[in-house]
Structure formats: C-alpha cells, structure tokens
Design a protein around this ligand. Structure first.
Ligand SMILES: [Zn+2]
Length: 113
C-alpha cells in the first residue's frame, strides 16, 4: 500500500524534527492532504496507527486536513476551490487554469514535549 511508505517517510521526518528539538514525546501531528495527492486519508490513518507503535509518535493525536483542489483561472483570474476532479473554472468554464493547491501532502504542524 502506497500509504505505508508515506507514513514511514512522515515518521522519519517527525523523528528528525523531534530530536533536533530535544523532544521526548510527540503529542499532536497535523498533516495536510491534497485531494489530488494520491493519498487516501482513511488508509493513511490506518497506516499511521500501524507504524506509530514504539515510536516517539505512539501517543500522538493524528489530525488530517483535507485540502481541496485550488485553481486560479488564467482567463478571468478568479481563484476557486474545486470539489470534483475536473480542471475547469467554475466562473467562466475556461480550462486554462493553474493549480495552486491540493496536489501534495505534507506535515503542517507538530506539537511535542
Ligand atoms: Zn475563469
């Protein structure tokens, strides 16, 4: 499953940050998941709960913020959030759009003690 490798990379990233800050425990993790990132939130949570055991993240709350696909239309310059996966401006129906958000998944915030 793709999400397993995503979580392993995430845990490595968190452990690096935690050791840099001399933290002994991570209490809260907030990640942003773009709808077009290819990461399924439900699978990510399962993967996280599988891999967190015996890591610094064992007791951490795992919060996932789903980021909609955000575009800026090159024709009318209106910024829109799209719920569906079609790259089209809802205002003027132009397909000449630039994707500005919703394509990636990353660590937003970390709370640790
Ligand atoms: Zn437009």
């Amino acid at each position: 499953m793709h999400e397993y490798s995503v979580v392993q990379a995430l845990l490595e990233q968190i452990e690096t940050i935690a050791s840099e800050n001399d933290a002994t425990e991570v209490t809260k993790i907030i990640v942003k998941i773009g709808v077009m990132s290819g990461v399924e939130a439900q699978l990510l949570e399962i993967a996280f709960n599988t891999f967190k055991e015996k890591t610094i993240c064992d007791g951490a709350e795992f919060v996932m913020n789903i980021q909609p696909l955000t575009i800026v239309c090159r024709a009318c310059h209106i910024k829109s959030e799209l719920s569906a996966r079609h790259y089209c401006c809802p205002e003027c129906e132009s397909i000449d759009v630039e994707i500005t958000d919703g394509e990636d998944m990353f660590l937003m915030s970390l709370e640790m003690v």
